[in-house]
Design a protein around this ligand. Sequence first.
Ligand code: FPP
Length: 250
Amino acid sequence: MSAVPAFDPRAAVPRHVAIVMDGNGRWAKKRFMPRFFGHKAGVDALVRTVLSCADRGVEYLTVFAFSSENWKRPTEEVSGLMGLVLVAVAKYLSKLADKGVRIRIVGDRSQVSDKLRHAWEQAESSTRHNSRITLSVAFNYGGRWDIVQACRQAISEGVPAAALDEAALNKYMALSHAPDPDLFIRTGGEVRISNFLLWQAAYSELFFSDCLWPEFDDAELDAAFAAYAKRDRRFGAVDSAANATALDRV
Ligand code: FPP
């Protein structure tokens, strides 16, 4: 009798993974450290995760780094996060570029400093020819903002109302360079979407992890992929196997 092969979580790899990286503050608090310490560790976790996703064959990874609502946080934390972007770009850009990562930034750039905008432009332009994995960093992003900005662009280009169907509007959405996410992960134990990818996550499979983001590792990523591999994705259609069985009975 042949042995049953062990379940391989890499067998059904999502093409596009989206992550709400939650739990940095609590991770730092548990260590009696300031929240910024957690965000710093969060950047390291992000770089690890990008490379792990690339190794597993994921083509697109989209992460929520700063939401439209995060401006409500204490000024010190907001400026800490902005500064962290500059540090992260200086520390990791060449490594990510060498590993074949294409970087895209999605979100409203009008409210960030020139320095930050230049760092984003540098990250995007120096990785634009890479094709192993596309990392989209959502910064000053909100799902509702995205839908509104897409409508505004379409209107300003004179798209007639009758021509504005889902496919037409999708071309104006911030993630038009990527297919819709297959798997949507949120760490940190909260079970909500928090205004991330409202349009694009319509049929994403959801996975909520109790891991605080800085401790998210390969084992948890593989657990998410294993859960994803077991899901029956129907996109609103009927379950074909169940339907066939029901018809057999008729
Ligand atoms: C949520 O944790 C996390 C954020 C608001 C920021 C996420 C940012 C990073 C992981 C750094 C990546 C940044 C760059 C430079 C791309 P929280 O602060 O809400 O944690 P809590 O729920 O435990 O308080």
